[in-house]
Design a protein around this ligand. Structure first.
Ligand SMILES: *Cc1c(COP(=O)(O)O)cnc(C)c1O
Length: 427
């Protein structure tokens, strides 16, 4: 006969076991299919810096990390005064305040483009704009796919695959300044293709499409009747002598959802303010427009303080602030380009805009490394410099460096990269 105390113990044990073994709550398919491909790759690298050398991270696509690039005074003042006014603490319409949408429309109306405030939806960062655009156009129950660039920003794939939409890649051509391989693009389209994503200027390539090239892409979209999602988060972030052309300015007759936001050009990625512009010359998006409004009610819009500040941010930030940022980025691009040309086995591509430079690693000159991943890992181990391997963007044999870090650090990083390459280069 068991004694009373022991019996109680056994009962408790069973409860504890039941708790840990039987009750496991299963996440949804959407959550299980959601993957951050950069984290996935970076977390699997064995990243041990050289303790003798301070780490220089050329990997983070966040311009604020080193503190050398700050938002304009006008941007800061706009937010402070909105907080003090106390006008923007309640719920806004889920597509955004009228005056904030009007400010975005005004900001994007140039080059013959006339954006109507009704066509603007505010979102929680450009990533959330992209999520709404992919979700509104593509459907897992229809076996839909979307076309995305390779190399390209991995979030398009994350967003699509988590809702059961597959991705098909179209190639960008390094030998053509990372223009789209138009034939390949067209060959990837099928009857299930719900949208074509274009990213101009490009992360990670730093390339800026010419008007003619954009026309060629949109001509394919028009002929095949495929809507376009244009990720224009780097609008206007182009270097002297280059011109940014928005898909909205081209009268292509293609229905386009244009995504953008404050993150990069205004140097406040953490503020999570993005937008969608519905560009619809032919009325093809009548139902999509309504559906986007419904989707915006799922997240109830974006942060109201930043919305309230948006007119002040967009109107009052002086051109000199934008010019200064371009000067810094293009100066750093020049510096990195020259610095990396002294590295054997590397081919840097001079960017025309954005905050990045893509660099080819001639892998057959480094036979001791199986992949760009190993190359990046070893460079961290010996030189404490970390760059994102091309694998993060869907290609191998390349790496991406960021141009937003302070000039002296960038210079030092390039020296170390060159030493590393010259040490391992094998003819
Ligand atoms: C940074 C980035 C975004 C995301 O912008 P958020 O406003 O921070 O969400 C979108 N697309 C590309 C290509 C980017 O590099």
């Amino acid at each position: 006969m068991l004694d009373h105390k022991l019996q109680e113990k056994i009962n408790n044990l069973t409860v504890v076991e039941a708790k840990s073994e039987i009750w496991k709550v299963e996440p949804s398919t959407t959550a299980k299919n959601c993957k951050n491909f950069i984290r996935d790759i970076v977390d699997n690298l064995d990243l041990k810096p050289n303790p003798e050398k301070p780490v220089i991270a050329l990997s983070l696509g966040d311009p604020t990390v080193y503190g050398n690039l700050k938002p304009s005074d006008e941007t800061i003042k706009a937010v402070i005064s909105i907080i003090e006014e106390g006008c923007c603490n309640g719920y806004a319409p889920s597509v955004g305040y009228e005056n904030a949408r009007a400010a975005v429309a005004e900001y994007l109306s140039y080059d013959g483009v006339d954006v109507n405030p009704r066509d603007v939806i505010l979102c929680s960062g450009c990533s959330s704009s992209l999520e709404h655009c992919i979700t509104v156009l593509a459907d897992d129950t229809k076996n839909n796919n979307i076309l995305i660039p390779r190399p390209g920003f991995p979030i398009y794939r994350t967003l699509a695959e988590s809702i059961g939409v597959s991705v098909r890649y179209y190639n960008l051509l390094p030998e053509n300044n990372w223009e789209v391989d138009l034939q390949h693009l067209e060959s990837q389209i099928d009857q299930n293709t719900a949208a074509i994503v274009i990213n101009n200027p490009s992360n990670p390539c730093g390339s800026v499409f010419s008007e003619e090239h954009l026309q060629d892409i949109l001509e394919i979209a028009y002929r095949r009747r495929k809507p376009v999602i244009a990720d224009e988060i780097y609008e206007q972030l182009v270097f002297p002598g280059e011109k940014f052309v928005s898909t909205a300015s081209l009268n292509s007759h293609v229905p386009i959802l244009i995504c953008g936001g404050l993150a990069k050009r205004f140097l406040v990625p953490g503020w999570r303010l993005g937008w969608i512009v519905i560009h619809d010359e032919v009325g093809a998006f009548e139902y999509i427009r309504k559906a986007l409004l419904c989707l915006s009610q799922r997240t109830i819009g974006s942060n109201t303080l930043i919305q309230g500040a948006l007119p002040g941010i967009l109107r009052n930030t002086p051109q000199s602030f934008h010019d200064e940022l371009i000067r810094t980025l293009s100066g750093n691009a020049q510096l990195a380009f020259e610095g990396l040309q002294t590295a054997k086995g590397l081919i840097p591509f001079m960017p025309q805009g954005t905050m990045y430079m893509i660099v080819e690693i001639q892998m057959r000159k480094f036979p001791m490394f199986q992949s760009g991943l190993e190359f990046a890992q070893k460079m961290m181990e010996e030189e404490s410099v970390f760059c994102l391997p091309g694998e993060c963007f869907g290609i191998s044999g390349f790496m991406r460096i960021v141009l937003t870090i302070p000039e002296d650090l960038l210079q030092e990083a390039c020296l170390r990269i060159a030493e590393f390459c010259n040490r391992y280069y094998t003819n």
